[in-house]
Every structure is written in C-alpha cells, then in structure tokens.
Design a protein around this ligand. Sequence first.
Ligand SMILES: Cc1cc2nc3c(=O)[nH]c(=O)nc-3n(C[C@H](O)[C@H](O)[C@H](O)COP(=O)(O)O)c2cc1C
Length: 268
Amino acid sequence: MARDPRYDVLFESVSIGPKTARNRFFQTAHCAGPGSERPGAQAAFRGMKAEGGWAVVFTEYCSIHPESDEYPYISARIWDEGDVRNLGHLCDVAHRHRSLAGVQLWYSGGHAPCLESRETGRSPSQFQSNMFATRTVYGQQMDEDDIKAVIDLYVEAGRRAAQAGFDLLEVSAGDDTVPIQFLEPRYNRRTDKYGGSLANRARAARSPRASRWTPCTVPRGSKRTRMDSSCSSSFARRVCSISWRSRSATTRSGARTPARRDSASPAG
Ligand SMILES: Cc1cc2nc3c(=O)[nH]c(=O)nc-3n(C[C@H](O)[C@H](O)[C@H](O)COP(=O)(O)O)c2cc1C
C-alpha cells in the first residue's frame, strides 16, 4: 500500500545537535524492567525497536548516583564502570541498526528510598516523601556546597554516559526529580537565594555550573529550556579522564564485559 505523502516527513532525517536521527521515530524514556543489571535484555529490547526502524531509542529513567536508588523498582543506573559496560551493550546494538541511543539522567533526592544503597538523597528542603504510601522516606536538605555537588553528580554521570556510547542525553526534570523540586514551592521551602521567588527557585538550574548538565546548543528561538530539552550533546568531546569509584571488575583492554547478573550474553 502506498504511503500517504502527508506522513513522508516522519521518514526524513533530522539533526539533533551534532547527531542525525535517520527519521522522526523517537522512543522516549520508558521503563520496561531490565535496568542496567540485565544488559542482555536491555540491549535486545531497545535493539529490537532500532532494528524495526526507530531512529532513537532511550533507556528508562537512569539513576546517576547511589543517593538516587529506587530499589526495589528497577531503574537503569549509571553509577560506575560496570554500568557503563552494561549499558554500552544497548548503545552498540542501537548503533548496529543505525539508530541513536539516549539516556535519561535521573536524581530524585528525598524521594529515593535507597533500600539497596542505604544512602540519603539530597533535596532543596527536607520533607517526607509523598511518593511511597507504604514506607517513610526522607531526604536531606542541601546547603550550597551540596547544590554544587549534586550538579556535579549529573555532569559525572553524563561523562559516564558518553563513555558508554550514548548519543543523546536527557535530564529528567519531571517526575518529582530534584530540578522540579527546586521549582515547586511544596518541595522548596528555602529562605535563601534558592527559594522564594521563581527566579530564586530556578537559580540552581540556571547556574553556569548547571549548564553543563545539558551542554548542547538549544536552537536559537527555541522555547525549550535547558532543563527540559532532550538534546544531543557535545559533552562526548569534553570527556576527560575520570577516576572511577569502581566497585566492579574492570578490564584493562577496554573491552566491554557485562558486569552483572544476567550479563552472560548481550542477546539474553
Ligand atoms: C510503562 C511506562 C514507563 C515509563 N517510564 C518513563 C521514564 O522512565 N521516564 C520518563 O520520562 N517517562 C516515562 N514514561 C512516559 C513515557 O515515556 C511517555 O512520555 C508517555 O507514555 C507519553 O507518551 P505518548 O504520548 O506517546 O503516549 C513511561 C510511560 C510508561 C507507560
């Protein structure tokens, strides 16, 4: 059956920063269960979409640090070199099918139960999370050094994402993550320069330090903000030497060896 020409645009390539998507079919971030710990399933699932024609395939929300651990819910994680290798399978398979691979960086601060990592998330203010009816979850209020440190966690996670081979980087600023916690008065009760007026509540996200979260160029005239743009980034070019807090086995050859549980085969 001939294609209605009205839909031809969907099959045209489009530039996203320095990257080119071969068509307009863009699989946004969504959870499906594999996370980073089942790299075979993760790569096979996203890879099946890439093979079927999707130009962009994303991970699910991807925790940037053990402070943002939602276990027993399964997110992707990009905490360390093991995660880099595991998520690298997704990237390799997507690229094999000429698709771009994207990752959604996620830090939910005081909403993260951290039942596995036992860490404490940081939020604009201390509050009891309203996200979990069956357990009590608290975060810790950030001081100014914490704000800088959490921004740096995003940057470091972005570098690991580049090392894994991701082409596109998205910062989750919805779903009650820390960027939206700053903006929302119900979570941001600060009385310093990061609280109160909208300008103050947006200050952390608008700081030069935070501009490194999404170091792509948002097109001139774009209504999108840096915070919510999904964009290709040039951060891969900025990757510098990273000292890993490695908790997984490493290979000196640089070969990607799955590091975790179901990792025997990237096809599994
Ligand atoms: C099962 C499921 C999991 C999802 N996981 C995420 C996620 O991890 N991150 C995110 O930003 N959105 C997530 N979403 C939202 C989707 O990516 C998408 O934005 C939403 O389904 C609306 O898309 P649509 O208008 O094409 O239906 C999820 C949606 C579903 C149904």
